[in-house]
Design a protein around this ligand. Structure first.
Ligand code: GRG
Length: 288
């Protein structure tokens, strides 16, 4: 089977689990607003990486489904909040009106809060308590102020002397931490040893950097229809990105270098790591 087949299989597994997710006890409005964004499509990269990470570390993909759902819930929450008028003020996401456009700002904030919290409910369904606790620590650290939220804070208060180092750190937190955590969560679900988890962290960190560089490139070269969001905002809003700082060619080189480093982190592992290797290459060529 090719990587595309496995990507499709893992994506379908993640989507089926998200579709069936019960949101027990939540009011109907809340369920509607959370499901609107959670089930709006997208590549499911983070959910897929959790399943692929689990298989890479010798587990069964289904063992990582609670982690796969959890990381997609955190991702959906971050997109809802990022699109709010107080943040990026976007009206289009995944080809659909953004959550606050449909449900109003207050319900969108609450839908994001609900998804973030539910991610940890999902992790608490992992049968082995020590693996569940390790997953909770991993996702909390990657999503919170030391990770994704911290990256968003840095992005919003960009200092006037921000340069390459600031950019790398901001993007590592804002985008990289959750991508890295997705791989790591999957490996934890497989009961991976510390060397495997270290490799997963390194792979995920470089994949996250490559993914963000490609995102910056697509903001200039991409097509709004395939991307499902407004493009060209980085230049219009004077944002610091790999493209605005170094130019398009250097951003492409950077994405290639980071992809190669991600693949290198898996050197010496067997065929179980092929999916992660090929997914890194696939993300380099993505058009959305
Ligand atoms: C609001 C706490 C908070 C955090 C926001 C993730 C984030 C931080 C903001 C989203 C804006 C952005 C462009 C982030 C860079 C990461 C990124 C490229 C997100 C989009 O991820 P994809 O391409 O989306 O995987 P799909 O729709 O495919 O899931």
């Amino acid at each position: 089977m090719t990587n595309t087949d496995f990507y499709g299989i893992y994506k379908a597994m993640c989507e089926k689990a998200l579709e069936a997710y019960p949101f027990s006890g939540a009011p109907e409005t809340s369920v509607k607003a959370m499901r609107y964004s959670l089930l709006a499509g997208g590549k499911r990269l983070r959910g897929v990486l959790a399943l692929g990470g689990c298989v890479c570390a010798g587990g069964r993909a289904e063992d990582a489904l609670p982690a796969s759902c959890a990381v997609e819930m955190v991702h959906a929450y971050s997109l809802i909040h990022d699109d709010l008028p107080a943040m990026d003020n976007d009206t289009l996401r995944r080809g659909k009106p953004t959550n606050h456009v449909v449900f109003g700002e207050a319900q969108a904030i609450l839908a994001g809060d609900g998804l973030l919290t539910e991610a940890f409910v999902s992790l608490s369904s992992i049968p082995d308590p020590s693996l569940a606790a390790a997953c909770v620590c991993c996702l909390a650290e990657a999503s919170g102020s030391a990770g994704m939220v911290g990256g968003q804070v840095m992005d919003m208060e960009k200092p006037s002397d921000a340069g390459a180092e600031w950019l790398r750190e901001m993007e590592r937190r804002k985008t990289g931490c959750l991508i890295r955590a997705a791989v790591e969560l999957g490996m934890i679900c497989a009961g991976a040893d510390t060397d495997m988890v270290r490799r997963g962290r390194e792979y995920g960190t470089h994949l996250g950097a490559a993914f963000q560089a490609v995102d910056d490139i697509l903001d200039v070269t991409g097509d709004e229809k395939s991307m499902g969001k407004s493009l060209g905002k980085d230049r219009d809003e004077n944002k610091l990105t790999a493209v605005t700082l170094f130019g398009l060619d250097e951003a492409v080189d950077m994405a290639r270098r980071e992809t190669a480093l991600a693949v290198e982190a898996l050197r010496g592992l067997g065929h179980e790591a092929d999916f992660l290797r090929q997914t890194a290459e696939k993300m380099l060529k993505r058009v959305n």
